[in-house]
Design a binder for this molecule. Structure first.
Ligand SMILES: Nc1ncnc2c1ncn2[C@@H]1O[C@H](COP(=O)(O)OP(=O)(O)OP(=O)(O)O)[C@@H](O)[C@H]1O
Length: 328
């Protein structure tokens, strides 16, 4: 039997805000939008505000909210904040359960996009930094089960999940460098790519797709595993990825030289790079990857997901099909 306390808790909407996102703009915009949010949503649910105090704090806040039986946990910030909140929903590849069984739908994930890149918002055609549009979505509360990508690294401290794109080698190193230049807005991704290329070497990597035979892929420049289409602040890197089809789209760039990037950069933004000779595409449910030259100790092939640097190969990528209620 449900109690008054249960039904109140079911209506908790927990907003996980990164006050330092987008160079501090997220915190300012959040303060501005709060009165509108309270007046449009506050009648039907309890608005709980939780500001992150450091990287990875968002994982903890989200996990506790799911365990407490919140109706929704909403990431307020960029793809990095969304990545943390999403990762709080899972442990060991399974959805975290509420401490006490309760009636009603499971906790849903929502997003108010206010980051630098906001690549997941781009996939859905949502505007970044448009609080009115974001509140509309929360008020309508249309939920759909979305696929969730998972990345497992032997050394990573936490379980990692992604909704946009995970990748390794040049793209991941570029993303890592870009994160240090967020004050330049979307230009940070160009700076990241140029700097990463200066010390980059294409590498032979061993890969195993969907549990089949291991194969060496020679001279890999970068490989991207997309649950949705965009990364790097608007590059349409996995142009046919669909977060509702139960699979991940993999795009591998091999044997790229520095001048290929200059000549072909525009194709990455248009999504037409998949037609180039040095690019292959496939769809996967799991992918295991290791450095063919230096199987266990190599710390030079970077791995990222949703723009967050996670560590280095070896890594395993997989999809949890239609696992999570997402507010569209
Ligand atoms: N309170 C905090 N102080 C410092 N860093 C934080 C804090 N909370 C979260 N972070 C870190 O800030 C990073 C970036 O956050 P976020 O994604 O919200 O903004 P962004 O980088 O500007 O946007 P995008 O990821 O869309 O480009 C994440 O790596 C996250 O771990």
């Amino acid at each position: 039997m449900s109690t008054d306390a249960d039904s109140r808790r079911q209506r908790d909407y927990v907003f996980v805000v990164n006050p330092n996102g987008a160079n501090g703009r997220t915190g300012q915009q959040w303060k501005k939008m709060l009165p509108d949010l309270k007046s449009r949503l506050g009648k039907d649910c309890n608005i709980r505000e939780a500001l992150t105090s450091a990287p990875l704090h968002g994982v903890e806040i989200a996990r506790k909210a799911v365990q407490d039986g919140a109706a929704a946990v909403i990431a307020v910030g960029g793809d990095g904040t969304l990545h943390e909140v999403l990762s709080g929903f899972f442990t060991d590849g399974k959805l975290v359960q509420p401490r006490e069984a309760r009636p009603g739908p499971r906790t849903a994930l929502g997003l108010i996009p206010m980051g630098t890149g906001s690549d997941l918002a781009r996939h859905f055609g949502w505007k970044s930094n448009d609080s009115h549009e974001a509140i509309d979505r929360l008020v309508k509360d249309q939920r759909r089960k979305i696929d969730v990508g998972r990345v497992q690294l032997p050394d990573d401290k936490i379980d990692r999940y992604f909704l946009s794109v995970a990748s390794f080698h040049l793209s991941a190193k570029a993303g890592h460098i870009a994160s240090m230049y967020k004050k330049f807005g979307n230009l940070c991704y160009v700076i990241g790519a140029i700097q990463a290329f200066m010390t980059h070497e294409n590498k032979d990597l061993r890969m195993r797709k969907d549990g089949s035979q291991w194969t060496v892929i020679p001279q890999v420049t970068a490989a991207c595993i997309g649950n949705s289409k965009y990364f790097g602040g608007g590059m349409k890197i996995t142009p046919t990825a669909d977060p509702f089809n139960g699979r991940l789209e993999m795009v591998t760039l091999t044997d790229f030289k520095w001048y290929d990037f200059i000549l072909k950069l525009h194709t990455l933004y248009q999504g037409t790079h998949v037609h180039l000779d040095k690019v292959t595409t496939t769809s996967v449910q799991t992918l295991e990857v290791e450095d063919a030259e230096n199987k266990s100790k190599g710390r030079d092939v970077y791995v990222q997901a949703d723009g967050e640097q996670l560590g280095f190969l070896p890594a395993k990528f997989s999809v949890l099909p239609q696992e999570l209620d997402f507010i569209l």
